[in-house]
Design a protein around this ligand. Structure first.
Ligand code: RTP
Ligand code: MG
Length: 151
């Protein structure tokens, strides 16, 4: 029996600077909406260097790390939190393999990208990292059932 206080699974999805610059924000959001996950947070911002270094901290010893941080901080990103059972693994499937040339057609990277270092979108790689990357303070989890009919 699941505990009533177990947190709902969340994935942090970030449209990277190349995705924003190329006008792919609507395309990416639309894919997650159509899949049926619940959007509980959304903002556009310029990622500070220190936050980018923390976000990709597991990769800090890799040779491409400085370029990765330069790129993520090079322009605005659109950050989202999507919620639902299985959202982390499903989002990784929707996004596709890291290298867009290897990503299957039908995935975001497979359909929309060319370069490993410009691969349109980030998605959390585990439910634990999903919770770590999303935090709680800016999420909207209530009030989604309001009628859209006026009066
Ligand atoms: P992300 O975290 O951005 O969703 O990407 P990922 O899980 O598919 O891949 P990850 O291993 O976490 O790497 C993070 C980002 O680093 C860049 N990268 N470059 N030159 C290279 O060999 C290389 N490997 C990774 C990619 O932009 C990747 O998305
Ligand atoms: Mg990753």
């Amino acid at each position: 029996v699941a505990s009533a206080s177990a947190p709902v699974e969340k994935s942090y999805i970030m449209i990277k600077p190349d995705g924003v610059q190329r006008g792919l924000v609507g395309e990416v959001i639309g894919r997650f909406e159509r899949k049926g996950f619940k959007l509980v947070g959304l903002k556009m911002f310029r990622c500070p260097r220190q936050l980018a270094e923390e976000h990709y901290g597991e990769l800090k010893d890799r040779p491409f790390f400085p370029k990765l941080v330069d790129y993520i901080t090079s322009g605005p990103v659109v950050c989202m939190v999507w919620e639902g059972d299985g959202v982390v693994a499903s989002a990784r499937k929707l996004i596709g393999k890291t290298d867009p040339l290897e990503a299957d057609p039908g995935t975001i990277r497979g359909d929309l990208g060319l370069h490993k270092g410009r691969n349109v979108v980030h998605g959390s790689d585990s439910p634990e990292n999903g919770l770590r990357e999303t935090g709680e303070e800016e999420l909207i989890t209530e009030g989604m059932n309001v009628s859209v009919t006026a009066n």
